[in-house]
Structure formats: C-alpha cells, structure tokens
Design a protein around this ligand. Structure first.
Ligand SMILES: Cc1cc2nc3c(=O)[nH]c(=O)nc-3n(C[C@H](O)[C@H](O)[C@H](O)COP(=O)(O)OP(=O)(O)OC[C@H]3O[C@@H](n4cnc5c(N)ncnc54)[C@H](O)[C@@H]3O)c2cc1C
Length: 271
C-alpha cells in the first residue's frame, strides 16, 4: 500500500510519501519467555533432564564420546550440541580453536514508549488490537518493534550496534547517550505519538559476516554440532534449528539444504 493508505489504516504511523508499506495479515509476535517456558515443559515431558548453571570447566572430545566437567560434576555424553548465543565465540575459541567460526556479539538497545495521544475511537494509536508488529527500512537504518501489549510500543534498531564481548559488555541501558536517542529519533519521525519513555534494555545480537546462521558439525567430530550466529533473527527458527541439530549429531536424514549455513563457507577467508 502507499504511504497515504498506510497512514489512513494506522493513524499513528507517519511514512514519507515515497515509502511503500507491505502488510502481512498472517504476521504476528511471539512472547519469547512464554515460548521458552512451553519448550522447557515439553522437553521435560519427553524425558529430558535440564541442568542449569555455570560454565563448562573442562571438555574432552573423543570419537563417539564427550566428557564435560561442570558444576563439580563429570558428565559423559554421546553427542554435544553447542548453542550459546553471544557466548559461542568465546567457548569455541577456548575449546575448539581449530574450528574457525566468525561470530561477533553486538550490543543493541531496545526500549518501550507509551503513547501520549489517543486516536479517534479514544484508543491509544499503537495498542496491539489496532497496530501491527513493524519493521521500517529508513534512509539511515532499519528499525523494528511490537505494538503496545500493556507496557508501551517496543522499538529497536536492527542494523548498527557496538561490537562487544559477552563477559564485559555494559548492560546499563543509559550507558551511552545514543542508547535511547537513536530510538527516540526514529519514533519522532515514524511513530510520533510514542514519546513517553517507559524502560530500556540492552541485549546482544550474535552476528556472522553474511548475517546467516552457522548450523554445522565439527569437521573432525560428527557427534559435535554448533548452532550459532543467529544474527538477530534466530528466535522464530528455534524449534526447527533444535530438530536439525539433534538430527545432525544422530546422523539422521535432514530434509533441508543446509549448505548456506556451513561453517566452512569462510574457510578461504582465513587462508
Ligand atoms: C533485542 C533482540 C531482539 C531480537 N528480536 C528477534 C526477533 O524479532 N525475531 C527473531 O527471530 N529473533 C530475534 N532476536 C534474536 C534471537 O533472540 C536469537 O537469534 C536467539 O535467541 C538465538 O538463540 P540461541 O539459542 O543461539 O542463543 P540464546 O537465546 O542467547 O541462548 C544461549 C544461552 O546460552 C547461555 N550461555 C552463553 N554462554 C554460555 C557458557 N559459556 N556456558 C553456559 N551457558 C552459556 C546464555 O546465557 C543463554 O541462556 C533478537 C535478539 C535480540 C538481542
């Protein structure tokens, strides 16, 4: 639809005249914490044991076996699947230095803003029953967010951000003046009534150079697999990625072409 049609449908949205809008009626928003709780409950029902705690202290990989020292315990397993998000790079460099996987954590900020203005039906402009999840490609960056489910409109910037490492990153939302300012600047132009800051948060993307995932087995140990570098768009694929990684280490058939996700796609860069 045109910018004018979009503005008519969502009066809280301002788009420059030359912009076009694409609305996907099947699009939606996942409540990630609830998804994780549901996945946890489902895995427990299937007989999984969840061990939650600190870092691995020792790791030995042998043909057909992995031995971990963790929280004072010795764990022996047939397979190992590594999915550590922003911690993947540090872990892989320490335990698998030969396995070159270029993943870079990037510090990002997101924030929630309330709407200062009500629409014609006396409803705030950005409420979830009348406003969609959005992604806007502007001339200076790509921004995304969710409608107001009760705590304000969510907004974040998808591109940009600050390279960091997971251990020392500054997780204080107000650490940099731009933490809030870039989000305010975007909202001021595109969602101008979302102007009452509620809260902000720092999170980490784990980027690869081509922004595609790494889903692969170790070049030498077929019972060790990694899922990493989800580059800010991995959550919605979590279930299928879990299925693929489990099939990989179990040597089961995988009905997808995974060649775009091989770790070896950068092999020539490091020579
Ligand atoms: C602000 C933000 C917005 C996002 N929005 C979207 C979106 O709209 N859609 C989408 O699809 N994706 C989105 N993502 C990306 C998505 O969250 C990730 O791609 C996804 O969570 C990656 O899953 P993962 O299991 O690889 O890592 P994570 O979810 O980060 O899980 C890794 C876990 O490993 C733990 N860990 C790390 N290192 C160690 C260690 N050494 N020892 C033990 N445990 C360790 C961590 O604490 C964490 O619990 C967003 C990410 C951010 C930060």
């Amino acid at each position: 639809m045109t910018a004018a049609e979009a503005a008519e449908r969502w009066p809280g949205l301002r788009l420059p005249d030359e912009y076009a809008a694409l609305f996907d009626p099947l699009g939606g928003v996942l409540f990630s914490e609830r998804c994780l709780e549901a996945l946890k409950a489902a895995s427990l029902r299937q007989g999984a044991t969840l061990l939650i705690g600190g870092p691995v202290r020792e790791l030995q990989v042998r043909p057909g076996e992995v031995v971990l020292e963790w929280e004072g315990r010795r764990l022996v397993a047939e397979n190992l699947v590594i999915t550590l998000g922003a911690g993947a790079g540090t872990f892989l460099r320490r335990w698998f230095p030969e396995w070159r996987i270029p993943v870079q954590p990037i510090r990002k900020t997101v924030a929630w803003f309330r709407c200062s203005h009500r629409g014609p039906s006396d409803a705030p402009y950005y409420r979830a029953d009348g406003f969609p999840g959005y992604l806007v490609e502007t001339d200076e960056g790509t921004y995304y967010g969710f409608p107001d489910f009760g705590e304000g409109v969510k907004v974040g910037r998808h591109d940009g951000g600050e390279p960091c490492d997971m251990e020392s990153v500054n997780r204080n939302f107000h650490a940099r003046p731009q933490d809030q300012q870039v989000l305010r600047d975007f909202l001021g132009r595109f969602l101008p009534y979302a102007n009452e800051f509620q809260r902000g948060s720092v999170c980490l993307y784990t980027m690869t150079p081509d922004e595609h995932f790494v889903v692969d087995t170790h070049p030498e140990y077929a019972h060790v697999a990694v899922g990493a570098g989800f580059s800010g768009h991995g959550f919605k694929f979590a279930i299928v990625m879990g299925d693929i990684l489990a099939r990989m280490v179990e040597h089961e058939e995988i009905p997808y072409d995974l060649s775009p996700f091989r770790a070896s796609r950068w092999a020539s860069d490091s020579q």
